[in-house]
Design a binder for this molecule. Structure first.
Ligand code: NAD
Length: 534
């Protein structure tokens, strides 16, 4: 029996304490000395160079700095990675759950040991400040711990009864070799969790991380390797979205696709994954966790200070680049002006600069993101009233910085109130009353997170019932779901609601096998006749 403490969330470090900030700075100095190395892809435990050479991952805070050069794989390499995953599956599927969980628990311990270094790579490659990076690393630890515990639970099988003399059992078995395609915005936790869950359940994986954060995926590979994961259980392929990504999602050998990313790509994957051909032997399982257009509703009698703080944290934490970010504020007319004033005042205190120096507001991820966000800011100027931000003025020239931006007087159906911008932009919308507020809040194609600030218990009850989102937060910020505490996933076009970090998640990568055994000495069994074993 594995002797592991009960699951609990890893706590974040307080970087206002000099010893933690100093430790983080010294880890940053350590990883900066490693910048610019070249990394291959990993197939069946062996490293190889990309058939199409390399691409660079750059530091969004200082775009002249190259984090590393990463292999640009070919379609053939992607297919070989999938074949290696199937080879490894032959044995891994039968490895006892305790052994699999033991490896994943060991991986959690390795992450704990390397925490500051992992944070440092993330600060450098994704532009997170110290706390955001640490929260991401802690979430990674939580995913490992939680899913390993869950694998042990699922190993006990489904509770069934014996029937008419037959002995019944139903146990969970893995489904096969699949693909985990992750985004750059939680480049450690999500990439790790999306691979660890299928793996600890007995499946094998080809991971295809975002080209913006391949370094984080390489750290994950090292961690799995040190933890003792057999070769081929986790394969890592980097490269072009179309050549590598599309090959992996369309290949008939792909048993499951675990995708987290944007709505457009998710819809496309769902479509191509459903196509059957002559080689099709199974329906691909598609888990797709997508975007959001999350609203924070502020009621007439809400604590406006608390609401404003929660809004600013959720709208501008990691520059609004969270699927859960507060990109709409739906305020009751009675408090709209005062709330706007408070939010703008708090937004304007956010200092902008290089993530390595731990600024509250760092860069957005790449030039494409800058262009997209600035395009939406342009649209916002025609759809609402720009109250603060709205430009790159006064930000460091060598990084992808955009000032935190608030628009007011935005119509519920405006583009900036309907489309995911994925940057530091939020839109204020005025509501006449609670009915109006809930109608506006529910009035998009998405349904990921929502915030509701109110001191009226009847209104809180209504929000709990009628605010149609996968993760609803009452009187607190609407970001920062904790593994095992707030299972995460959205409704409508926000995804398949797989609830990552929840007790149902491993089921996405399992199938239940029911076995009925007639005891050798049993009498002939008729319906209605109950056989007793005595
Ligand atoms: P993205 O959709 O551009 O990319 C996601 C991943 O898909 C990347 O690895 C990318 O390389 C890959 N990809 C792109 N095109 C592909 C294709 N044709 N075939 C296969 N793979 C392909 O998203 P992103 O910019 O990396 O991440 C931001 C998005 O992710 C936002 O929309 C955000 O809301 C969403 N997100 C959702 C959640 C959630 O849990 N719901 C969590 C984090 C991020």
């Amino acid at each position: 029996m594995l002797n592991r403490p009960a699951y609990a969330n890893e706590t974040y470090l307080d970087f206002t304490r000099p010893e933690h900030a100093d430790a983080q700075r010294s880890a940053l100095a350590g990883v900066r000395a490693e910048f610019g190395r070249t990394y291959g892809i990993w197939i069946g435990g062996k490293q190889e160079a990309g058939a199409h050479g390399t691409f660079a991952s750059v530091n969004p805070s200082a775009t002249g700095e190259v984090i590393g050069h990463f292999a640009a794989a070919s379609a053939d390499q992607a297919r070989r990675a999938l074949a290696a995953a199937w080879d490894a599956f032959r044995e891994w599927q039968y490895v006892p759950a305790e052994t699999r969980a033991g490896i994943i628990f060991r991986a959690a311990d390795i992450v704990r040991r390397r925490r500051m270094e992992i944070n440092a790579w993330m600060i450098s490659e994704a532009g997170k400040n110290y706390l955001e990076a640490d929260a991401d690393t802690c979430e990674g630890i939580d995913f490992l711990e939680y899913y390993a515990h869950e694998a042990l639970r699922y190993d006990r099988g489904m509770k069934v009864i014996d029937s008419w003399g037959d002995l019944n059992r139903t146990h969970y078995i893995p489904i096969g070799a699949g693909v985990s395609i992750s985004p750059w915005n939680f480049p450690f936790a999500i990439t790790l969790g999306m691979a660890a869950a299928p793996i600890v359940a007995g499946n094998t994986v080809v991971a295809k991380p975002s080209p913006d954060t391949p370094m984080m995926a390489h750290l994950i590979r090292e961690i799995f390797d040190e933890a003792g994961l057999p070769a081929g259980v986790f394969n890592l392929v980097t490269g072009d979205n179309l050549e590598v990504g599309e090959t992996l999602t369309t290949d008939p050998a792909t048993r499951f696709i675990n995708f987290t990313g944007s709505l457009g790509v998710g819809l496309h994957i769902a479509e191509v994954a459903a196509k059957a051909g002559p080689d099709t032997r199974f329906l691909k399982r598609v888990v797709a966790e997508l975007g959001g257009k999350n609203a924070v509703v502020v009621d007439a009698d809400a604590d406006l200070e608390a609401a404003a703080t929660g809004i600013v944290q959720a709208a501008f934490g990691f520059q609004g680049q969270k699927c859960s970010a507060a990109s709409r504020v739906v305020a009751h007319a009675a408090v709209y002006d005062r709330l706007l004033e408070l939010v703008v005042a708090k937004t304007e205190t956010l200092a902008i600069g290089d993530a390595k120096d731990n600024f509250a507001a760092g860069p957005v991820v790449n030039q494409k993101a800058v262009d997209k966000i600035m395009h939406y800011i342009g649209i916002g100027k025609t759809e609402g009233r720009l109250v603060t931000g709205g430009s790159r003025e006064g930000t460091p020239a060598d990084g992808h910085y955009i000032r935190p931006t608030v628009f007011a007087d935005v119509a519920p159906d405006a583009r900036i109130a309907q489309e995911e911008i994925f940057g530091p932009v939020t839109a204020f919308i005025k509501a006449k009353d609670l009915d109006d507020a809930l109608r506006i809040a529910n009035g998009t194609r998405f349904g990921l997170t929502g915030g509701f600030f109110s001191n009226n218990p009847a209104h809180v009850d209504r929000a709990m019932r009628e605010f149609h989102v996968g993760n609803l937060y009452i009187n607190r910020k609407n970001t920062g779901a904790l593994v095992g505490a707030q299972p995460f996933g959205g409704f409508n076009l926000s995804g398949t609601d797989s609830k990552a970090g929840g007790a149902d998640y491993l089921l996405c990568f399992l199938q239940a096998k029911s076995i009925t055994e007639r005891p050798v000495l049993a009498e002939p069994v008729l319906p209605g006749f109950r056989f007793t074993k005595s």
